[in-house]
Write a protein that binds this ligand. Sequence first.
Ligand code: HSE
Length: 439
Amino acid sequence: MTEPLRIGIAGLGTVGASVVRVLHEKAGQLSRQCGRDIIVTAVSARDRLRVRGVDVSAMTWFDDPEAMAKGAPIDVLVELIGGDSGPAEHCVRSALAAGRHVVTANKALLARHGVSLATMAEERGVLLNFEAAVAGGIPVIKAMRESLSGNTVSRVFGILNGTCNYILTRMEREGISFDACLKDAQRLGYAEADPTFDIEGNDTAHKLAILTSIAFGTQAAPDAIYLEGISNISLADIRAAKALGYKIKLLGVAQKTPAGIEQRVHPTMVPEASVIAQVDGVTNAVAIETDILGELLMVGPGAGGNATASAVVGDIADIAKARPGFQHAPAFGHPAKTLQPCPKAEMRSHAGGYFIRLTVHDRIGVFAAIATRMAQNGISLESIVQHNPDDDASDVTRKTVIMVTHETSEAAIRTATAEMLEDGHLTDKPQVIRIERAG
Ligand code: HSE
């Protein structure tokens, strides 16, 4: 039998502990599948004494992950520290420089430094695997990188953050406050160390940047992504969406348009009857539209120890199965040196339908003035209603107006809503939620 594959794990949080446990519990099965044993020989974490529910006493302990990446007798570094710089970046670069394979779940690191890390890996003939970085346990990276070669992708979009989907689902089903739902997501181990990364959309943006790179053969460009999180979504929005036949989901969308590649993360209205609208709780979904295959939708567990460990262990097993002399698939599906700068389409050129919720002064002419501003900006209305069960019956001076538009441009919507504010008819900032076409 081939020599065992020796693993060093940097970071022993929820995911790291799950990876150690799965590798231990499934050692026999993995050995039969890979034709060699996989053994964790070294670990590194901040706190040696923390109780983790897994036995790491037989493994060599390193306080410094970089020292482990450089000096431990390992074949693979598994980086589960997180963050786009600091110890995570240093230990990954050191491992690649030393000719070791790397498996990571670190979306922020890949979104920021993916091109240079992939270049290092490809130059040294080692693997940089990151299935767990996007959509937890869903094998979307491998599907896009390998199985869809030859397809031309036109749009990739999805529910990429379990925490946000969990919060929106519970708000919708149980009418529970945003804050209470977030606390539960943290308690269940779904949220990032800093949960603002989840709720403000940064986590989704990092994942989207990786998907865009593989889908379109471009360099990951997280700063080119238009970003809006869900902290602004109220129960009133969720109820209004339901009344109109929609659900609200935080989507990451990358799409080829005549203006370039549009990358956006924002709360989105999707038709209640669409498949993606049925994806609830911590579950993630990724839809990929291509010329040959048509539409592929992958749905599965997107966050938590087991979902992420499943993807990490799969990546480790791929390395264990790889045979010397075989060329590895490039990390982003195209040789790193051929990845092109991402041609950014400005958000103002986005075309689509819009939901707009306005709170207005209840006086003669306001309704007409709003409709006029929409018409002056060339925006066609699908519906406009001035009845809302959430309106405060004791305050007769304020009313809600809800509009749904036909396809129009973001520029037109921004101008029309700015003009309405200037006209002095609104009591608050307009709430604008984009409507996404989904099958
Ligand atoms: N915080 C992330 C989520 C974990 O909620 O989806 C997986 O990346």
